[in-house]
Write a protein that binds this ligand. Structure first.
Ligand SMILES: Nc1ncnc2c1ncn2[C@@H]1O[C@H](COP(=O)(O)OP(=O)(O)OP(=O)(O)O)[C@@H](O)[C@H]1O
Length: 229
């Protein structure tokens, strides 16, 4: 379970202060597929970064499975991320020198799993996202949508219990977007993975149990969707 309690995030740049999150509270149950929506600048990525332990709130706290994750040291947070979380970055964050499959497995190798085993699993996941014929391509040899799918493959390769995805379909055509969302749905249903996904597309709603809509750093509304009823 993910619990956010009065989470704020203030960015300070010299004398300029941006209050990106102004006190956001919610609970996400295990196995929920939640959409985060809201206008540009409303705080969606900031919130996802905090849930993904990539950033710390200015005040408030986040509990994951009852654990106050802000209290973990940087090293403990890294281990927590490696073992429990998958994250699809808005800008993919691929390593340009590595091939698609190396990008997919590089963080998993840090967990001490055998390279042979992970090369097999990496190839399997790349096939699942439709890139079975691109596994040895480097970033510069992949289209934007293909890079995005490599980033998705990397996030799901470990079957994380929580998948956080920042506009994972932003650069994909509607057919590929649908296949990615179907894959997320399958992970959500078969493995009871909790998925929190930032989205701008109205039609994505059919996949969500619930939508948390942000406005100016606050929760504007929370509502159940068809998949959650
Ligand atoms: N590192 C940063 N330093 C300063 N201000 C930031 C930083 N990151 C985000 N902001 C500001 O915080 C606010 C929220 O940004 P955030 O990226 O969370 O919004 P968003 O809802 O994800 O937007 P988008 O849909 O455009 O990606 C914005 O006003 C943004 O300019």
């Amino acid at each position: 379970m993910i619990v956010a309690e009065e989470v704020t995030r203030v960015y300070r740049m010299g004398k300029v202060e941006v209050r990106a999150l102004k006190g956001v509270s919610f609970t996400i149950a295990d196995g929920e597929f939640v959409g985060i929506t809201g206008a540009s600048g409303s705080g969606k990525s900031t919130l996802l970064h905090i849930l993904g332990l990539l950033d710390r709130p200015t005040s408030g706290r986040v509990l994951i499975n009852g654990r106050n994750v802000q209290k973990l040291s940087d090293r403990q947070q890294t281990l927590f991320r490696l073992n429990r979380l998958g994250y699809v970055f808005q800008d993919y964050a691929l390593i340009p020198e590595l091939t698609a499959i190396e990008n997919v497995i590089v963080t998993s190798l840090a967990r001490g799993v055998s390279e042979k085993e992970y090369l097999k699993r990496g190839a399997e996941v790349l096939r699942e996202v439709g890139l079975g014929d691109r596994i040895n391509h480097r970033q510069s040899e992949l289209s934007g949508g293909e890079q995005q799918r490599v980033a998705i493959a990397r996030a799901i390769v470990n079957k994380p219990s929580i998948l956080l995805a920042d506009e994972p379909c932003a650069n994909l055509d509607s057919e590929t977007s649908k296949s990615i969302l179907d894959l997320f749905k399958q992970l959500n249903e078969d493995l009871n993975q909790t998925i929190v996904m930032v989205s701008h597309e109205k039609w994505h709603e059919r996949y969500f149990c619930r939508i948390i809509d942000l406005k100016d750093g606050l929760i504007n509304s929370m509502r159940e969707c068809d998949a959650g009823r």
